[in-house]
Design a protein. Structure first.
Length: 325
């Protein structure tokens, strides 16, 4: 079951946006359910630790950092502290189970990357979140300090960029055979999701929001409910808007968070996705404190409507990271 196509009088239908995400939402739900049951569809544990070189850096690190924080371990064979730190980081990558990915870079074979990151000594550990590099620590730090640093990194990824990590299947890749995703059984929340979808069809946005939130209270990772809630909240916000007045206020107040967030909602509902994202990234840049945080949160909510794998979301996450850092 999927959320219904949504439309309301005077507002452009979001069906085109939703249709691009329906298959992905179903696949993600299948992957999560399959992983809970020990089935296929999730990434193998071996994918949590990867060797990276200059040629694959953009794909293996930069692009991957738009869905999960990537921790980079700069090391060399001759470095004795590296031989202590490396296994510890690999063990923590397995323990954190998809909350971050560990990328190992041999500095002897990748001098250009070493120079680009300004590495003066090894071991050196950096992170890349939404395309932005962050220095973490240098040297073989105590495990307690490393854990604290990783916890802070994961929190930043979740709160600022909505990065919730990747699902890991402990059985994936162990038999040498290609995994076949298991069929997703009827879920325990299908009745509530059906109720929410019917409410959306009737333009009862408050009812839909309550139903989706009820599901997420019990199962925060439910992809269908997260997508439906983001859509219902968006449609609820624009339902009573006067588009001309909203546009006028946004033009007259280019730094005002409320005016720009309202205009961005209209942009997205009208299919102008890049305009909506760009408007909010610029508003984040212009503001500070609580105002900045409110706009950032709204932008993350709009990312949920479009879907994290959409290239426009990836580009906007990178732009947001540049502004925040």
């Amino acid at each position: 079951m999927q959320p219904r196509n949504m439309s309301m009088s005077g507002v452009v239908d979001l069906a085109a946006v939703k249709a691009a995400n329906d298959a992905k939402a179903k696949a993600e739900q299948a992957r999560a359910e399959s992983a809970r049951q020990g089935g296929g569809g999730a990434v193998a544990p071996a994918s949590l630790v990867i060797d990276v070189d200059e040629a694959g850096f953009e794909t293996d690190v930069l692009q991957r950092s738009t869905e999960v924080p990537v921790v980079i371990d700069f090391w060399a064979e001759w470095c004795e502290p590296c031989k202590q730190l490396g296994p510890l980081l690999e063990r923590l990558a397995a323990e954190y189970n998809g909350r971050f990915v560990l990328a190992k870079v041999d500095v002897d074979a990748n001098q250009m990357l070493m120079q680009q990151f300004g590495i003066q000594g090894i071991p050196a550990v950096f992170a890349v979140v939404a395309g932005q590099a962050l220095p973490l620590f240098q040297g073989a730090a105590p495990e307690s300090q490393i854990r604290e640093t990783l916890d802070q990194l994961i929190q930043v990824g979740e709160e600022r960029f909505g990065l919730t990590g990747i699902v890991v299947d402990p059985e994936a890749g162990t038999d040498g055979e290609e995994s076949v995703p298991a069929e997703v059984p009827a879920g325990p929340y299908d009745a509530q999701l059906e109720t929410a979808a019917q409410a959306l069809d009737a333009n009862d946005f408050d009812g839909a929001i309550r139903a989706y939130r009820s599901v997420l209270a019990d199962e925060p990772i439910n992809t269908e409910a997260k997508l439906g809630l983001a859509q219902a909240e968006l449609l609820g916000r624009v339902a009573g808007m006067d588009p001309q007045q909203v546009r006028k206020e946004a033009a007259e107040n280019p730094a005002a968070p409320a005016a720009q967030m309202a205009a961005a909602d209209l942009d997205l509902v009208g299919g102008h996705v890049e305009d909506a994202f760009g408007r909010l990234v610029e508003t984040v840049r212009r503001n500070f404190g609580d105002d900045r945080d409110a706009v950032r949160v709204r932008l993350l909510e709009l990312f949920e409507v479009i879907g994290p794998d959409d290239p426009r979301v990836t580009a906007a996450r990178t732009a947001l990271a540049r502004v925040l850092f």
